[in-house]
Design a protein around this ligand. Sequence first.
Ligand SMILES: [Zn+2]
Length: 88
Amino acid sequence: MFILKGISQLEKAIEKAKKIRPRVEFDRFGRYRVSGSKGYYTVVCRKDERGYKTVSCTCKGAERGLVCYHSVAALSLHIGLARRQATA
Ligand SMILES: [Zn+2]
């Protein structure tokens, strides 16, 4: 799990996601399934009780606090949906 602070922390993972182009499946708002090397991982994007935007993924890298490309792939969908909700 990591706290989303800005786009700069995501740059490396964005590069990787662009190369790998994982499949992102919508589960419900804030919850996505992303294809990885060993099947699907679940990515959850939410605001915690202190108002921080947190992203968690079920892969090994994210367990150690790394920003993985699954998170970034799900985030790009999540941000698009959140924006659409805000303007609806
Ligand atoms: Zn991951």
